[in-house]
Each structure stands twice: as C-alpha cells, then as structure tokens.
Design a protein. Structure first.
Length: 310
C-alpha cells in the first residue's frame, strides 16, 4: 500500500511517529447422482436395438502445479515490501511474507530453501505501486525466469485521495489481465500465486483504537478509508463502504482472470478474510502488517502455494 503522504509532510510524519514512540510504541460415483431412466419414461429405450453408451463427460482441464518450485519472484506493493514493519517510513523486505529471510516469518522463499532464500527469490514489488505498475514488475521478473511468481496488488488502487480517484474496476481488470497474459506468454512454465487484497475496512476498525495511529492517518494515509476515522456520519460510513465494495470488486477480477489460466492459483479470498489484530499491525502507522502480520500472511499464502494438486 502507498503511504500516500501529502508533499512536504514526510518529516512531520517522522516527528509524530518518533515522538509517539517515546511514550510506548512496540514494534478461508456418478455425476450429480443421476439415475438411469426407467422403462416407459420419456427417455427410456423401448426398441430392440442395442443401447448406445452415453458419451463420456469431457475431462476437466489439467491444472499443473509444482509444490516445490525452485525460485520465486514477488510482485506487488508496500505489503510485499514490508513497509513500516521494522522502521518508520522504510521498506523491510527481510520480513516480507513472500521473500523474507527472517526465520520467524516463514516466507514463501524461506520455505523453498531455508539455507538461502535470498539466492532464489526476487522482491520486485514497489511501495505505492498500483495495478498499472504491475506490467513493469512482470517484465523485470521475466529476466530472472522464476519458477513461481506471487502477486499481491490493489490496495493503492482503492487508497486514493477521493472515491472518484479510485481505479475503475474495468481498468483494474484490464491491467491485471494484460500482465497475466504477458507472464503466461513469456514464462509459459511459471506458475502464479495471486493473493486477495486485504479488507481495508477491517484495518481501519482495528487501527482507529490507537490514538497515535489516528494522528498519523491525518497526514494522508489512505484518505478514502482513513479520513475522519471516528466519524459515524452517513457520509463517512458510505465512503468506507464504497472503498470496501471496490476492494471486493477488485478481488473478484483477480479471481476471474486467474481462473482462466491453468498455472494460476488464487487464494480464494484468504487474505481479504483474515482478521488482523492490533498486535499484527505496524507500530508506526497501525495500518500495514508488522513482522507478526507478515508471518500470518506467509502462513495463509503458503497453504495455497504448497497445497498438493487436487
């Protein structure tokens, strides 16, 4: 997710964060049970000619998936970069759910090779990235020819200055579809793991209990969801609902596009449905996942990535 700090306020954010932390910060038989027709029924054979065997149902398309991919490239935004997880206003890829090297996180890359995850993984996500930026990340990933690509993108498309500035769903789908088509054409043997976008309204509901966090939010973090965090006016409630509905629509697009490809797995809404607790959010902004939150994401998505073929 993009920090979305208004120009000239980055230093102010640092001051608020550091000042606040002096007072107590801590870092988802037969088909359909069909019965054979009986004599006299409209579909029963009444002649003496031999019965013809019913044509076999077409086989479901194979969905090949390797639960032991040799390498992984991570695409996405600040969540995958570990933004605000270790220090204020900084990325911390070492705790990334996808490519993190810290043992406790149990990242996708670490589960592939605990002895050297950094040598077989590339974190190409960008803090502030939106779906329109995904193509560029995919092109960079193609140079490494990874066995698996992970994608977690879309929060910044909803975290905008106003509802009207959010990425239209049709554009989101088009950009994501173009990137998927590129990856499958350029890396036909590479499998793709697609994560759902977190429930931003859930993050608001948890983070707003922190007084310091709400002060940081005033500096421009995800205005569409976090502006006026305590307001229960009709306008504020409708605004938050509109953002959540947009995230749901983005996730639907992710699922539908991914479902068109044999070598793609969507998490089934696991990340969206996860109920982050206050102890899993950054002590710097109470919105991004901290190291414990990243560990939870790693576990959710590893369960999808390493699930045996069904």
């Amino acid at each position: 997710m993009r920090p979305l700090l208004r120009p000239g306020l980055a230093l102010a954010v640092g001051a608020v964060l550091l000042g606040g932390c002096l007072s107590g910060c801590s870092s988802g038989g037969s088909p359909d049970g069909e019965r054979a027709p009986t004599a006299g029924s409209p579909t029963a054979h009444t002649s003496h000619s031999p019965r013809q065997a019913a044509p076999a149902a077409p086989a479901a398309p194979a969905r090949p998936w390797n639960v032991h991919p040799a390498s992984v490239a991570a695409l996405g935004d600040s969540i995958t970069r570990g933004f605000d997880a270790c220090k204020p206003l900084l990325d911390c890829p070492e705790v990334s759910w996808a490519t993190g090297t810290r043992t406790g996180v149990g990242s996708i890359a670490h589960r592939l090779t605990a002895t050297g995850p950094a040598t077989r993984s590339w974190n190409l996500a960008g803090t502030g990235a939106r779906v329109a930026d995904l193509q560029g990340q995919a092109e960079e990933a193609a140079t490494h020819r990874p066995a698996m690509v992970t994608v977690l993108i879309g929060a910044n498309d909803a975290c905008r200055s106003s509802l009207g500035a959010m990425t239209p769903v049709a554009d989101f789908r088009s950009d994501f579809a173009a990137t998927m088509a590129y990856l499958h054409k350029t890396l036909p043997s590479t499998q793709i793991l697609v994560a759902s976008i977190p429930d931003l309204q859930r993050l608001w509901s948890v983070g707003r209990s922190n007084v310091l966090g709400k002060q940081v939010w005033k500096l421009g973090l995800c205005p569409t969801m976090l502006d006026d965090p305590d307001s229960q006016s009709a306008a504020a409630v409708n605004r938050r609902t509109a953002v959540r509905d947009r995230v749901v629509a983005y996730n639907t697009a992710l699922s539908q596009v991914c479902g068109q490809y044999a070598r793609c797995r969507y998490d089934g809404g696991a990340v969206f449905g996860y109920r982050f607790g206050s102890d899993e959010l950054s002590s710097w902004d109470w919105f991004h996942p901290n190291e414990k939150g990243q560990e939870q994401l790693a576990g959710l998505l590893a369960a999808v990535a390493f699930r045996p073929q069904q």
